[in-house]
Design a protein around this ligand. Sequence first.
Ligand SMILES: C[S@@+](CC[C@H](N)C(=O)[O-])C[C@H]1O[C@@H](n2cnc3c(N)ncnc32)[C@H](O)[C@@H]1O
Length: 311
Amino acid sequence: MRDKLEVHLHTNDSCNLKCIHCYNESGEKPICNMPESSRLLELIKYFCAEYEAEIHLEGGEIFLRTDLLRQMNCLPTEILQCLTITTNGTICTDDSEIIEMLCRIHALRVSVEGHTDEQQRTVRGITLDKVVKNALFYMESGIPVWLRLTMTNLNAEHLLDETLPYYMRKGFHRFQVYEFQPVGRGERYGDLLTVEDTLFFSFLEKLVMWKKENREDDLQLKIMLPAARREAVLSYKSQLKSNRLTVSEIATENGISIHADGSVFLCPWDNEENHCILNVYKNGMGHMEDRLKQGELKHSCYYCSAVSIVC
Ligand SMILES: C[S@@+](CC[C@H](N)C(=O)[O-])C[C@H]1O[C@@H](n2cnc3c(N)ncnc32)[C@H](O)[C@@H]1O
């Protein structure tokens, strides 16, 4: 049996936005690395051949790399099914090869920061209209679209009673919510964005009360929270369960994060140069293979998701 491996693979540092919470500090790095498409495809094929891989392709903004997206259409569906792609949704393409490829991936996550222009503008510097229009276009094209929300102190209060219903009325039914972590550029905005404990507890209370009739049968909601929230969430486990919400502790799995310059880290949130375990583009694939086979790749820290609530 092959080992499980979660891979965060950064395809570029360039981004057309400069979101204040960006853990990757995309769009303002001194050098914008852009690995060749062939190298990225080689990595994807390698991980899928050697591991039971779950690969997250994250930019910068991957839709600035239409060359890569087009070439990915050559990958077989069983490989594409291991891929989750995250985009800021500002760039729309109707290129048939890209659409065909996106229809075969596991998930296309489109990031939004709430349901109001003010929420979106504060974090992402843009309004929502184009992003929502593009996300709907992708969904109507048969692509498995999930809306990816970062829960912050600015949107937690009305996430359940306003934000989700707003998007459900527009036809979206798959949502992933991750709590904001003060990492990268986000560290500078921790005071503004970090969810206060009282607000988090009231979010849990609302989740318990969240009426069944508010939900459509095909609604899929996944809330991912770090270890600091474990105790609070577990204390609500039975109440959440009776409201058809499943609480699970997330086992520490093997994982790596490959930055656009090729540096490999164990933690997707980690940007500390001295924590880099190797550089796949400088040291070569063979070196990476040896290192991964020898090494302990299990990791968990303050920022990693440790508990999930799923509907
Ligand atoms: C780094 S972004 C890159 C992908 C794409 N450019 C985008 O904007 O979605 C990947 C996801 O991480 C989220 N994210 C960025 N910084 C974060 C932070 N400090 N805490 C939690 N989520 C964060 C973004 O909202 C986005 O959904």
